[in-house]
Each structure stands twice: as C-alpha cells, then as structure tokens.
Design a protein around this ligand. Structure first.
Ligand SMILES: C[S@@+](CC[C@H](N)C(=O)[O-])C[C@H]1O[C@@H](n2cnc3c(N)ncnc32)[C@H](O)[C@@H]1O
Length: 171
C-alpha cells in the first residue's frame, strides 16, 4: 500500500504542474518530498495550514504548533519557490487571483461542510485543465468525504479508492 506522499508524486509525474497549494501542511513532510522531486519545474509552492487548535488535534500544544509553523518558514531558505501562510483555508483563499493554480491538494479537515466550502472557495482559483485533489484518510469514515465531493462535482470526480484520493479536473 502506497503512502499518500508517493501517490501525489506519481500523480504529478506526467503533468506540467508549476503552481501548487497544499491545504494542510502539518510537519512539512509532503511539501519537502514534492519540492525535492519536482523543485526544478515548480515555480511556486504555497504551504498553508492553521498550525493551531482544531478538533482533530486537541492534544497538540500551542508551542508545538508554533514549532511546526517555524519549521515550514525555515524551509523557505532551502526552497526559494516556497511560500508559507498560516491561516484557515476558509479565509486565505481571498489572497489569490482566479485561474492561478495548476494543482490544489486538500488534506486538512475531512468534515462535509469544510470540504464543500473549501471546494467552493478554491475551485475558481485553479486554471483550466488544472486539478483539485483531496485525500481520503484511511482512519476517517470516508462516506462524508465522498458525499461532499459528489455533491460538488456530480460525476466529474474520479475516486481512486486504492490510492485514497479524489481528483477533479477543471474544465
Ligand atoms: C493530515 S494533516 C496534513 C498532512 C500533510 N498534508 C502531509 O501530507 O504531510 C492535516 C493538517 O490540516 C490542518 N488544518 C485543519 N484545519 C485547517 C483549515 N481550516 N485550514 C488549513 N489547514 C487546516 C491541520 O492543522 C493539520 O496540520
């Protein structure tokens, strides 16, 4: 079984992805893997996260959130194309112009309302032929996620149950 970092690396292999947003960066491991693999072709990687309290992470202290945020910020020295934003995806979408991203990867909160609202806010920011891709975590009941994406996209979403992802291509 592949881990989701490899799934995204494989997905990007034959695509011309230059501008990415990761919604939910956590410890920056995905971002590092993507930038180590495709750093030559990626011109901008927006690593975003609230790096703060949420229902799923009640045991994480404020100090630890700050540590994870500073770690992401420090990586901007190593990866010049990296930009880090601390804030909820439900608010920070306002920073970006329309039709800007080639790929938005959603790996943050897996509740119905969050997914629907994030899709609604971020979809207009993706270029034609770009991708919105989301994780279906193994530890979470997938029905809620599947209902959210199907309510947003109808048939225009590919569910890859083996790879625990859903993918929408912007047309
Ligand atoms: C599963 S982790 C992300 C893992 C990361 N993508 C990786 O592959 O290493 C989920 C992250 O989403 C963040 N998160 C939760 N709600 C969020 C929101 N509303 N906006 C942005 N990030 C959020 C959490 O703080 C947490 O760091």
């Amino acid at each position: 079984m592949k881990i989701h970092h490899s799934i995204l690396i494989d997905f990007m292999e034959d695509k011309d992805i230059k501008i990415i947003a990761e919604i939910g960066t956590w410890e920056s491991n995905m971002m590092k893997r993507i930038l180590d693999t495709y750093g030559c072709s990626i011109t901008r990687y927006w690593a975003t996260d609230i790096w703060g309290w949420s229902e799923r992470y009640i045991r994480v202290s404020e100090e630890h959130w700050d540590k994870l945020y500073f770690k992401a910020c420090q990586l901007m020295h190593q990866y010049p194309q990296l930009r880090v934003i601390r804030g909820s995806s439900l608010k920070i979408f306002k920073i970006f112009p329309k039709h800007y991203f080639d790929l938005v990867y959603l790996d943050a909160d897996y509740h119905y309302d969050f997914i629907v609202n994030t899709i609604k806010n971020w979809l207009p920011l993706i270029k034609k032929d770009g991708f919105l891709l989301g994780k279906i975590p193994r530890s979470f009941h997938p029905e809620e996620i599947l209902k959210a994406v199907s309510d947003c996209f109808g048939e225009n979403v590919t569910l890859n149950r083996n790879d625990y992802t859903w993918i929408h291509r912007v047309r």
